[in-house]
Each structure stands twice: as structure tokens, then as C-alpha cells.
Design a protein around this ligand. Structure first.
Ligand SMILES: CC(C)(COP(=O)(O)OP(=O)(O)OC[C@H]1O[C@@H](n2cnc3c(N)ncnc32)[C@H](O)[C@@H]1OP(=O)(O)O)[C@@H](O)C(=O)NCCC(=O)NCCS
Length: 181
């Protein structure tokens, strides 16, 4: 299992997600996703002792976002990432994604993948800033809406060049005004 320690960047503190966080997580989940995950799905992900990393982002005591990563050999996959709407565009997802990459490298992965809805231009912009590029399409990936998803990948996340990219992103987060508590 990947070691998980609390980290803080830009005033956002990250910590492993626990069942006791699920009420707050689900409140965000239901607000931001047309097909929200259920309590059962999150609980079953958290129950897996290997191959997963779920973290929450807190401002003070409040959960303002979360992310999940699944590890599978050299590939890691972002299973979810979300931020409460009132905290959008303040760098919270960037902090979560920086940490997702770090956890993936620590788990031995050298590439990271995810799916994103065609219409989710905001998330796509976030992913592009981390070097993700579309490599394919999953037709009708989202059951309720029938919307297609791009499969996006970023490769060589364990390379010095990518470390430099991450350092730039982290410097930009540090240059932002700290998020108010
Ligand atoms: C996508 C999401 C996680 C981004 O969270 P966030 O904390 O607002 O993202 P950040 O503030 O770290 O954004 C970093 C950069 O990504 C890009 N970006 C993020 N959201 C954007 C948007 N709505 N429109 C355009 N660009 C966006 C911008 O370049 C942004 O930098 P800037 O604000 O300095 O211009 C958030 O909008 C969300 O929770 N959406 C609903 C759930 C979701 O779609 N999850 C992804 C599923 S694949």
C-alpha cells in the first residue's frame, strides 16, 4: 500500500479519505457530477487495501475537494477528482492532481490516464496543463447522458523533464494567494 501522509500546499491540506469523510464528499459529488458515485461505491473503493489512493483536500476543517487514483503496474488511473463549486478556480484541483502524480510515481507508475467528458472543457484544460493528451474515445461512456469520453494520458511522469514541469506547476500554486480559511 502506498504511504499516505498529510501534505499542505497553497493553504490546502491533503489527507487520506476515510469513511467519516464520505458525507462531505458525497455532498460535493452530488453537486458536481450528473452521474454521482454512491456511498457504496466510495466505501468499496476505500475498503480496498491495495491499489488505490483516495485523498480529501481541506481548507481548515472543511472538505473542499477530493481525488482518487487506481494503481496497476506501470499505469495509474485517476478515478475521480472534484472540487466544491464555490472553491473552483483557486488551485485546489491542481494541488490534488500534483499529489495524484506524486502518489502514482511512488507506487511505481510511469504513466497516468483518465477519462473526461467531451463537454468538460474546464477539466480538460486542467489536464492539459499537466501534459495529458487525448489518445482515444470511449463512446457513450456516461450511461445517463450517453456522452462520449476522451481517454487522456500523460507518459513518463517519472522523468526529469516531467519533474521540472511539476515544479513549475507547484511554483504557480505557491505564487497564488493562500486560500482563505
Ligand atoms: C474540473 C475541476 C476539478 C477543476 O477544479 P479547480 O479546483 O477549479 O481547478 P484549478 O483551480 O486547480 O484549475 C487549474 C487550471 O485548470 C484550468 N481550469 C480549471 N477549471 C476550468 C474551467 N472551468 N474553465 C476553464 N479552465 C479551467 C485553468 O487553466 C485553471 O487555471 P486558472 O484558474 O489559473 O486559469 C472542477 O471544476 C470540478 O470539480 N468540476 C466538476 C467535477 C469534474 O468535472 N471533475 C473532473 C471529471 S473528469
Amino acid at each position: 500500500m502506498v504511504a499516505e501522509t498529510a501534505t499542505a500546499l497553497g493553504g490546502v491540506a491533503l489527507a487520506p479519505m476515510h469513511r467519516r469523510d464520505l458525507r462531505a464528499v458525497l455532498q460535493i459529488e452530488k453537486r458536481v457530477f450528473p452521474e454521482p458515485w454512491s456511498h457504496t461505491i466510495f466505501a468499496s473503493e476505500l475498503a480496498l487495501r491495495h491499489g488505490r489512493s483516495y485523498k480529501v483536500a481541506r481548507l481548515g476543517r472543511r472538505v473542499v475537494g477530493y481525488r482518487g487514483v487506481m494503481f496497476s503496474g506501470e499505469e495509474a488511473h485517476v478515478t475521480t477528482i472534484a472540487v466544491a463549486p464555490e472553491y473552483h478556480r483557486r488551485g485546489v484541483a491542481t494541488v490534488l492532481l500534483l499529489d495524484a502524480v506524486a502518489s502514482s510515481i511512488e507506487a511505481g507508475a510511469n504513466q497516468l490516464s483518465l477519462e473526461v467528458a467531451f463537454s468538460n472543457h474546464g477539466a480538460q484544460a486542467l489536464y492539459r496543463s499537466f501534459g495529458f493528451a487525448p489518445v482515444g474515445v470511449r463512446k457513450g461512456y456516461y450511461q445517463l447522458t450517453g456522452e462520449d469520453a476522451y481517454v487522456m494520458f500523460v507518459r513518463e511522469i517519472d522523468s526529469p523533464a516531467y519533474a521540472a514541469r511539476l515544479a513549475d506547476i507547484e511554483a504557480q500554486v505557491r505564487a497564488r494567494p493562500a486560500l482563505a480559511r
